[in-house]
Design a protein around this ligand. Structure first.
Ligand code: DGL
Length: 270
């Protein structure tokens, strides 16, 4: 009954942690494409090819349903994959929509026309590729009107987190928040639009100030997945073992993952 969780690297572990807590009986197979991270500086074709290869590996590991716990892949590759590549008996889902539904106070599947919502000024922090794709603004426009979104591409942040250089990561968060605030001095809400960023959530909150509501995806995705699996129990795959796969160096990746999740994580070669 395995389900796949994919990210370019370690960021998807924030989602994995939440889905594991929410669905403790499901064996999750995690794939970190650490050898090719960060995706955020790659072009859309490149992100598409890498995401397809990783998803194929997760299908081979007995997962019929794969969650792209990576905003960059969700923004740059998911639609193309769903339209022209995903086999009929498999599903690939992204992490954008649950977040936008929470921000716009919608329930899953509420396809009513866009309407005014409580928040008017939203800061989006994401990778350069996600910001460039404008996928967040597109999904938001389907659901809400009158929301001003200011996006900040957080160059360098994923690399620093992947390297485990948390001092540099903190400095980058603070400088990206400063840059955002020069463009939008008083955001009401901030979206952490990259699954690596919740690892720095306290620094984002501190730099933004207590009055800014910071939205991150992990728990929202976990709720959406639990709901999806209740409605589609046929999407549990044939795999029975949880595992952590990486294209990078398993020993190094396991060390960083263990540090981030504060529990022993052992990756093996994908
Ligand atoms: N965690 C990925 C995301 O959510 C990071 C992308 C990257 O590798 O740059 O976008």
């Amino acid at each position: 009954m395995a389900v796949g969780v994919f990210d370019s690297g370690l960021g998807g572990l924030t989602v994995l942690d939440a889905v594991t807590r929410r669905l403790p009986d499901v064996p999750f197979v995690y794939f970190g494409d650490n050898a090719h991270a960060p995706y955020g500086v790659r072009d859309a074709d490149d992100v598409y090819e890498l995401t397809v290869a990783a998803t194929e590996r997760l299908f081979a590991a007995g997962c019929d349903l794969v969650i792209l716990a990576c905003n960059t892949a969700s923004a740059a590759a998911l639609r193309r994959m769903q339209e022209s590549w995903v086999p009929r008996d498999k599903r690939v889902l992204g992490v954008f929509v649950p977040l936008i539904e929470a921000l716009t106070e919608r329930r899953w599947g509420d396809n009513s026309p866009p309407r005014e919502v409580a928040v008017k000024h939203v800061a989006l922090f994401a990778t350069p590729a996600t910001v460039r794709s404008r996928a967040f603004q597109r999904e938001l426009a389907f659901r809400a009107i009158g929301v001003d979104v200011e996006a900040q591409a957080c160059g360098g942040l994923v690399d620093a987190i992947e390297e485990g250089d948390m001092i540099l990561a903190e400095a980058l968060v603070r400088s990206h928040v400063d840059a955002l605030k020069r463009k939008m001095p008083d955001p009401e809400a901030a979206i952490l639009g990259c699954t690596h960023y919740p690892l720095m959530q306290e620094v984002f909150q501190d730099a933004l100030g207590p009055e800014v509501a910071v939205y991150s995806q992990a728990n929202l995705v976990a709720d959406a997945l639990a709901d999806y699996l209740k409605r589609h129990p046929d999407m549990y795959g044939s795999g029975s073992d949880a595992m952590f796969l990486t294209t990078g160096d398993p020993r190094r990746v396991s060390g960083h993952a263990t540090q981030f999740l504060r529990r022993e994580i052992s990756f093996i070669s994908a």
